[in-house]
Design a protein around this ligand. Sequence first.
Ligand SMILES: Cc1cc2nc3c(=O)[nH]c(=O)nc-3n(C[C@H](O)[C@H](O)[C@H](O)COP(=O)(O)OP(=O)(O)OC[C@H]3O[C@@H](n4cnc5c(N)ncnc54)[C@H](O)[C@@H]3O)c2cc1C
Length: 395
Amino acid sequence: MEKRELVIIGAGPAGLSAAIYGRRAGLDVLLLEKGVPGGQINITEEIENWPGVEHASGPELARMFRSHAEKFKTEFRDVDVSKLEVRGDTKVVVTNKGEIEAEAVIVATGAYFRRLGCEGEAEHIGQGVSYCAVCDGAFFEGEEIAVVGGGNTAVEEGVYLTNFASKVYIIHRRDEFRADRAAVEHALSNPKIVPVWNTVVEKIEGDGMVENLVLKNIKTGEVSDLPVAGVFMFVGQSPHDECVRGLLDAAKGGWIKTNDAMETSVEGIFAAGDVRDKGLRQVVTAASDGAIAAMSASSYINEQVHLRSLLIEPEHVVALFYSSIEREQVKLSDEIDVLAQRSGKKVALIDGYKNRRMVEKFGIESLPAMVELRSGAVVRKASAAFASDAASFLK
Ligand SMILES: Cc1cc2nc3c(=O)[nH]c(=O)nc-3n(C[C@H](O)[C@H](O)[C@H](O)COP(=O)(O)OP(=O)(O)OC[C@H]3O[C@@H](n4cnc5c(N)ncnc54)[C@H](O)[C@@H]3O)c2cc1C
């Protein structure tokens, strides 16, 4: 099977940024993408909030990201990843063109906005149909626009859009919003917000840009026109988590949980960008996640390689596993190091707090502990609360 150091799934802003950081850290990086590198930004006409570039079309920015990653010799591969598996100690990326074993994997598969599905929606995306208020709100300064939805996102983003628009119609199929009471009160007290109850959008019209919505009142059946310059759909967003579903801990809806280092619930698997459980899904936050994930993956790989050469590969080794967050244990590790040197023996000092997987692998129940290994297999282990315990272990 093909073996690689860092495999990144998804070449959106998160994956491309991870590739740049990964290559600059000296890693062998393979970037897997089933569509067009650049991800979601490929379907937006204008990006005005990527620092340093005052204005670019999405595809332009995507090309810049890609050529930046290529400059550092990232290897791209056009494949669809169906599954990420953990087999024993190894991570295997299953694709439609074969399997790849990876030291570390970054899942950067992004997310998608659910479509409303009405006539005229698809052809007006980026031409007045938007799914992101932060991205596109500023393009509607002084205009009348509409929001579709009735949950928290629709109501809160509707209020946010009043910063730009002269009027925001919130079109909802029921006669009250599903959002929290505070959010609803805040929205309804805003003079620029106009709720349109019991109504669905049947059609979006406009020659080029959006000009009009054809609405239907689902109680009376009445059909009417609503002239607006834009319509924001807030009928839900979902992660592209298909290839890791059930493997990684996720929040409701499938959003992958990570810590600040972008580590997931499985050691050596990181997640970055929109697929993560987080507050703001934008290019700048995806790129930031990607950078952090790549640096965490780099430390992980270096540590694994180091640990393998220290503990698994030698014919015989004695190691002390201690916890770097316990001051007493750090002191003890120094004492045992001196003691070993004096007696002409070698003891590998391993931070068991940082390398929990190794601790579990060797069946160490509590730290600190002395372990004797032969060709990677434990032959003896004992707890080592004092330097004297280590001394008798070494005898
Ligand atoms: C219309 C629109 C306008 C937007 N405007 C802005 C804006 O103005 N400013 C802004 O900051 N943000 C904007 N955004 C949001 C921004 O695009 C996203 O936050 C950003 O792209 C997230 O990056 P990502 O790398 O996490 O995911 P994505 O961009 O979604 O990239 C993920 C990539 O992974 C690939 N992939 C998924 N599954 C697999 C698989 N199984 N195998 C292989 N490849 C896979 C996908 O094909 C995709 O290319 C906009 C989004 C949309 C949809």
